[in-house]
Design a protein around this ligand. Sequence first.
Ligand SMILES: *Cc1c(COP(=O)(O)O)cnc(C)c1O
Length: 449
Amino acid sequence: MSFDRESLALLDEALAVLADGFRHLPDVPQTLDVAQLREPLLAAARRLQDNAPYHHPLYVGHMQKPPHPVARLAYTLTLWLNPNNHAYDGGRASSIMEQEAIGEIARMIGWTDSQGHLCGGGTLANFEALWVAREQHPGKAIAASSQAHYTHERLSGVLGVPFRSIAADAHGRMDAAALEDALQDGTIGTVVVTLGTTATGAVDPLGRILALRARHTFRIHVDAAYGGYFTLADNLDADTRQAFDCVAQADSLAIDPHKHGLQPYGCGCVLFRDPAVRHHYRHDSPYTYLSSDDPHLGEISLECSRPGAAAVALWATQRLLPLVPGGAFAQDLAAGRMAALALYHALAGDARFAPLFPPPLDIVVWAVRADIASQASLRARALHAAAREHDLHLALVTLPRAMLETCAPVRTWDTDTLTCLRACVMKPEHREWMDEILARLDTAAALVR
Ligand SMILES: *Cc1c(COP(=O)(O)O)cnc(C)c1O
């Protein structure tokens, strides 16, 4: 397949508009020798061929796809200036665009007076939220489910805060009863609620966890790095919808525009419901915040330098695709989930496979049936490799036995975990490509037998 190059003409036009804003400055003679760039650039292009085709619908492996063309162009356009959103001095327009874009994400989840900013990614967003949580509840533990992202435990260690792992149910959701047991001793200060786990897209029961605050005092941080945008989709199941509908009652939220928000990597977002948390960021920098009395983004962020280009790309994307229910962006998310449901039903009707449970979002996980568990894991690995030979790119995930008892893929358990296949059906084109994906899966599975 070829890449879109038509849009490059638009970049040329936009660069002329940008240059127009600086035409009063004396001209600087161009010394750039474009011919010299050719060899390293083409060498880089050849090196990049050594990648899976993340851009192609036959790639359904990890949660990965290229940014929207408007994000790619807006990001590239901004690089001619390279603003730094640590302060207005470093990037005036792009800081304001960041605040506008962030405000739209906050409104999407129902917050109008929150505080937040962009950051390097979901891990950084969670880190900042857990740091604020520690400042709010010093000495108390952070709890997350056994299916939460692995970095929560690591980040708790970095922050010097005890970490408590809470059991997950057969659907990979935090077990609210197990959480209530853990809350009894009063040592937990913050609960991380995952809306869309990385492994299976499981959505923790946020409503039931919020209800526990009637009897226990704790902060709630929602890790919606992957799933956050699905609040706009109109085809969620009832439990998932209910969880998303109460996100506004949480204290903080992480969401990754670089996962489902069509952005280049390096774009996470952290939001706090209460803007008063900004007092935790107090510092006294002698040189960065000189020229304006307005609060700078750098004064409410753990990081200092941050790419203005990331903010401009997000701003432009949301201008084209507003974060509203029923809009084109929302419809694309819903299409991915429909494709995931189609994949789930096809697998459920195939005696060779045992899909875990209907996908809450757009991630489908299935085991390959066998008599014994270790054999099922081997078959999954073999099928993963065989599919790749047919240009179908899947991912592998290892899950605890408890999450597989319902779909019962094996008769005998000789291991505590099972390696399964996983597909992130996150491109809107996946709906149309599902027959092709299933045909290639069938071919690969026939070879593995
Ligand atoms: C991806 C992910 C993270 C980590 O985010 P990065 O952007 O990769 O740093 C955290 N939590 C969940 C639920 C995720 O899916």
